[in-house]
Every structure is written in C-alpha cells, then in structure tokens.
Ligand binder design. Sequence first.
Ligand code: MN
Length: 238
Amino acid sequence: MSHAFTPAPLVTLPIEGGDQQFPVRRVYCVGRNYADHAKEMGADTREPPFFFSKPADALVPVSGAGAAPVAYPPATSNLQHEVELVVALGPQVGELGDGGLNIPVGQALEAVFGYAVGFDLTRRDLQQRAKEKAHPWDMGKGFDQSGPIGTILTVEQCGHPEQGSIWLEVNGERRQAGDLAQMSWKVAEVIANLSTYLRLAPGDLIFTGTPAGVSTVVQGDTLEGGVDGLGQIAIRLV
Ligand code: MN
C-alpha cells in the first residue's frame, strides 16, 4: 500500500542505557493532582482525577547536557511551566483488566514500563479563557512543542517513585518545589481511573500533574526541572 504523501514519523523517546527507543502512542495528562497546585488554581483539593491530552508529536525529546531549544509558542502572552512525573506504559498493559480497560488499582503498576521527567507547557491565558467559556483546553495545552520530556528510565532502573523531590527552576531560581508524596491520586490510581474511560495500550504516556509554583516564562528563559531518582531536563525558550 502506498500513502498519498509521506506520513509523519512515529514519535519515539530514548530509553536509558540502551539503543532501543520507546514508541509513543498517546499522551494523557492529569489535571490538578497536587493539593497545593489545585489551591493556587482556585479548585477543590480532592476532586476525582480528570484528564486531557496532548498530541504525541507535541513531545520534545530532551536528553544529554545543555538546554534543548523549544520555540516560544504563538497566540499567548502567558506561557507557564508545569514539571511532572511521566508514566510510560509498556506491553503488559494489554494483559490487564479487560485488555487495558478497567484495570484494577492493585494490578495497575504492572502496566508501567518506566518513568521520565516532563514539562506540561501551558498557554495559561488560553486555558483560562477556555475554562470561563466551558470550551475545551486543547489550544491551551496541546500546542506544538508543549511536552518536553527526558529519557525514560525503566522500572528495573528506577522502581516506582512514590516520594521524593519534584522541582523546577527558571534561570536558576527555584519556582516549583514539591514531593511526589503530595500527589492526590497515586500512579496506580491514575492508571486505574483513566482505564475506566478508554482502553490503555503500550506506548501511552501519562503526565501525572504538577506541584505548586507554576509561573510565567518568556523567550530567552532557561527552565530546568527534575524528579528524585529520574534526573533532570533543561530547555531554553527561543
Ligand atoms: Mn499539568
């Protein structure tokens, strides 16, 4: 079979310590999963989790030394950073629950291939306007290069991080400082809940939410963020 034109390439991410790449299928994100960030956004602190998506090709693989260039996006005057623990689902997910649907909490961690550090870049002004009008968040969250993400560490390499520092600095100044233990919905609960809405599959990523301290960044800023045990990533807005 031939295509009418060259298809877009498969999005892949490097895996720590090997030549293999992680093939990405979908990118899900959890909204407000740390109580202190929910408060700063003016929301209740223990609502059920809710989800939105980014296109897979919004990811920007970031690895190695130095800050990776990321284009400051159009149509915003309030770009903000959110540093997040990202969960990568592996081949086992299809064997859990009803083929990736309705995965029990107690089995959900078996779906995890590994973890990475990610930034959920957000056009906060567009997201805010969407909230006010009860419009979808896509243009606030799913724009080009809105998902810088580091190398994936496998569960064998990093275990299942449940506590430890999650932080972000802008131009060397600490803006976000939290702990994974503050997550309202733990990784297993997030996977189980998301799988009640749709069938999860190998290659799916889940950005699990951000702690307090989100702030506005501008062109020229360098953003560096990390999670204990997973290393750190850095980008520069160009
Ligand atoms: Mn987020």
